[in-house]
Design a protein around this ligand. Structure first.
Ligand code: CUA
Length: 336
């Protein structure tokens, strides 16, 4: 298996390595060529009018024109339609970009000064190297340990802020095997420009081999400089899955005193089948139990109390690391 050559299309001279990239390029191309055509049109008219209607040729002063409702309407309505059309196009693409994909491979991304940490559901961790299976839906769950970073993969045409204290998401489907650079696109300190990584897209079977064993097929090892000592050393260690690590946190922090995992209600709500549910709150609103709600409930438990439960949970701010929070979330997700 060789790495594919990725091709650029249109006005952006970068390979398109995620399914959504072509859509984004098409919109970019449309805006670009529309601008080129309009610029040419305006410039040509300018030149023609200056040439044809110069006083030295016509021999008379320019007429004094008070205005024309027809032309005013024309140059208001046409740009309005163009701009609203571009907005609508962008909005549709944006919705597409933010719509969760079916059954994605979930990967936790943590930005920190000045590196990217990736953790997979089976507990495998890598540093600055994001291994991805070609043709499989991927969900990145992104956060930061210190300041705001921005996870940016130009070849995917995707960029997402990595923010301390909250989770942001990216959904996409990798399409072209090979290495694609990852940048940090938010100034985050002296090491900002060195905060580099690689997204390495593998064929599904190669990815599965790496995912299960931590080893890349030999043919790929030769082609990529990707595999740094850190990630190979870490990758070969058999780790507990993220959900199992979360179970450990759940037990060691005493969460079980108030939360069951078998569906029975204790003083707090059960965690069984809780992820993804819509729950009623005491103030009459509802909340979807997602990564951000779980994190908020750990750090600021009184913020959104479920209906029928007392506001008695203590905060775990400062008592849980980001890694432990990620593991707890994976554990709660596993309680199906
Ligand atoms: Cu992290 Cu810039």
């Amino acid at each position: 298996m060789l790495f594919q050559k990725a091709y650029a299309a249109g006005t952006i001279a970068l390979p398109q390595a995620a399914k959504v990239a072509a859509k984004i390029d098409l919109l970019h191309d449309a805006v670009f060529w529309l601008s080129v055509v309009l610029l040419a049109l305006v410039t040509a008219m300018l030149v023609v009018f200056i040439w044809n209607y110069h006083r030295s040729k016509t021999g008379r002063m320019t007429e004094y024109i008070l205005g024309s409702h027809f032309f005013e309407a024309l140059w208001t309505v046409i740009p309005l339609i163009l701009f609203l059309g571009i907005f609508l196009w962008g909005y549709i693409d944006y919705l597409h970009l933010r719509t969760p994909l079916e059954d994605p491979l979930e990967i936790n991304v943590v930005g920190r000064q000045w590196m990217w940490n990736f953790e997979y559901t089976n507990g495998r961790k890598t540093l600055n190297e994001l291994f991805l299976p070609k043709g499989r839906a991927v969900k990145l769950i992104i956060t930061s340990e210190d300041v705001i970073h921005s996870f940016f993969v130009p070849n995917f045409r995707l960029k997402q802020d990595s923010v301390p204290g909250m989770y942001t998401y990216l959904f996409f489907e990798p399409t072209v095997t090979g290495e694609h650079p990852i940048y940090c696109a938010e100034f985050c300190g002296t090491g900002h420009s060195d905060m580099l990584g690689k997204a390495i897209i593998l064929e599904k079977e190669d990815f599965n081999q790496w995912f299960q064993t931590g080893n890349l097929p030999g043919s790929i090892k030769k082609l990529t400089q990707a595999v740094s000592p850190v990630s190979t050393a870490e990758a070969s260690l058999p780790k507990k899955s993220l959900a199992e690590q979360g179970k450990g946190v759940f037990d060691s922090k005493g969460c079980f005193a108030c939360h069951s995992v078998d569906g029975t209600a204790k003083i707090g709500p059960t965690l069984l089948k809780s992820f993804g549910r819509n729950e009623a709150l005491q103030d009459g609103k509802t909340v979807t139990v997602d990564e951000n709600y779980i994190r908020e409930s750990l750090m600021d438990p009184q913020a959104k109390i479920l209906k029928g439960f007392p506001p008695s949970m203590p905060t775990f701010r400062g008592l849980l690391t980001d890694d432990e929070v990620n593991a707890l979330i994976a554990f709660i997700k596993s309680l199906k």
